[in-house]
Write a protein that binds this ligand. Structure first.
Ligand code: PMP
Ligand code: GLN
Length: 410
């Protein structure tokens, strides 16, 4: 007969093995070990805690057009509250196609080439997932918006970083050419650019077309600031270029254009074959997008002036902010697009941009974004980003505080 101590010993070993198996099974190995909480969340929280003026995270500090808000009320109260078709309601796809014809000169097919999604972030993720396979290289021009790299990595792609020119952040086409290899599957494009505000010229568009001609390379074009351009510059969508249109996913955001970033609603325009693959992913990421807001936007977009007047609206803010910034010790080139303005401080101090952003938030009580976070290697060029999508009075108060910048640098 077995000894009781042996039985207890074996039982103990057995339970240790079981718990080890469970803990092994339960230890989740991160797919994104290098990713933490985004800088936008970090800086906005810091701004709230310090009661600072929040020019960090990019969101408008003013409300949407009451007409748009009334339309949302009309459709929610009118019972338009169930799932929409997977690709978006026909009325919104159709008016969006017409808007594209008016602003970019081509008419996407509303049935096969237009998809309504839950924000441009979703569009970017689905487009990357549609084309990138394990080991594929994806060219990312940096500084770059933070959602591109995780989308590429989750699909086991390899980001190949190409720096934009220092100064105005234009594209160095020689460097892009050098980065293309037989493994290149896609390139991420963003114009107007976050964080720099650089707006692609027609020559940029033509150079890209030439570089990827007859290559199996797709383009994911992040055009969320399509309606925010200044000084007479206009947005050249990659969809407007007949050759690029065949290989491009144009990703847009109604949140940016109509001051409703919290609604998380956007779109993807792409040729039928690409849209078909895109929708296979979209239908299992979100399936469909918030219905009453789609109806509201469809009706709102019937008046083109509602989007054609956006550049003028933001130009006033850009001008006011640039004029005030010129009275501070910061150096800058006025932004050409988006609602962001970069500014350099390297001639004033050697502290890191993250440290400066924190000091500015806590001591000057103006929050901004350090630009190093937009680089894969966290390169610190001593540049910070301000969001000027705020009421005039708020911008003026922030500019007043920025005049005292030297007081926190000593
Ligand atoms: N791309 C860029 C460059 C952005 O600045 C943003 C800002 N949020 C997005 C994509 C995401 O847009 P959305 O909120 O519609 O997902
Ligand atoms: N696009 C916004 C920015 O650049 C942030 C959006 C977000 O917080 N994810 O500030």
């Amino acid at each position: 007969m077995a000894k009781p101590w042996l039985f207890l010993f074996l039982r103990e070993i057995y339970s240790i093995l079981i718990s080890l198996r469970i803990s092994l099974r339960m230890s989740l190995i991160s797919k994104l070990p290098h990713i933490g909480t985004t800088i936008f969340t970090v800086m906005s929280k810091m701004a709230t805690d310090a009661e600072a003026i929040n020019l960090s995270q990019g969101f408008p500090g003013f409300g949407a057009d009451p007409i748009l808000l009334d339309l949302v009320a009309k459709y929610t109260k009118g019972g338009f509250n169930q799932y929409s078709p997977m690709s978006g309601i026909p009325a919104l796809r159709s008016i969006l196609a017409e808007k594209t014809k008016l602003t970019q000169g081509y008419l996407p097919d509303q049935e096969t080439e237009v998809t309504i999604v839950s924000g441009a972030t979703e569009a970017i993720f689905c487009a990357v997932t549609a084309v990138v396979r394990e080991g594929d290289e994806v060219i990312v021009l940096e500084p770059a918006y933070d959602s591109y790299e995780p989308a590429i990595s989750l699909n086991k792609g390899v980001p190949i970083y190409v720096p934009l020119n220092s100064g105005n952040f234009s594209v160095d086409w020689e460097k892009v050419k050098d980065a293309i290899s037989p493994k290149t599957r896609a390139i991420m494009v963003n114009s107007p650019h976050n964080p720099s505000g650089y707006v692609w010229t027609l020559s940029d568009v033509n150079q890209l077309a030439e570089l990827i001609r007859e290559k199996n390379i797709y383009v994911i074009s992040d055009e969320v600031y399509e309606h925010i351009t200044f000084d007479g510059k206009t947005h050249c969508s990659l969809g407007a270029h007949p050759e690029l249109r065949e290989k491009t996913f144009v990703c847009g955001s109604f949140g940016k254009s109509f001051h409703v970033t919290g609604w998380k609603i956007g779109y993807c325009l792409a040729p039928a074959a690409l849209t078909s693959e895109f929708r296979k992913i979209h239908q299992y990421v979100t399936f469909s997008t918030v219905t009453p807001i789609q109806f509201a936007l469809a009706e709102y977009l019937e008046v083109p002036d509602r989007y054609l007047s956006i550049p003028e609206f933001y130009q006033k803010k850009r001008d006011l902010f640039a004029k005030g910034l010129a009275e501070t010790e910061l150096e800058f080139i006025p932004s050409s697009g988006s609602f962001f303005q970069l500014a350099s401080y390297g001639h004033l101090s050697k502290i890191s941009d993250r440290e400066l952003a924190e000091k500015m938030t806590k001591e000057l009580r103006v929050a901004c974004i350090p630009i190093s976070v937009f680089y894969s290697d966290k390169k610190d060029d001593k540049i910070i980003r301000f969001c000027f999508a705020k009421e005039e009075a708020e911008l003026e108060e922030a500019l007043n505080r920025l005049k005292n910048l030297s007081s926190i640098l000593s």
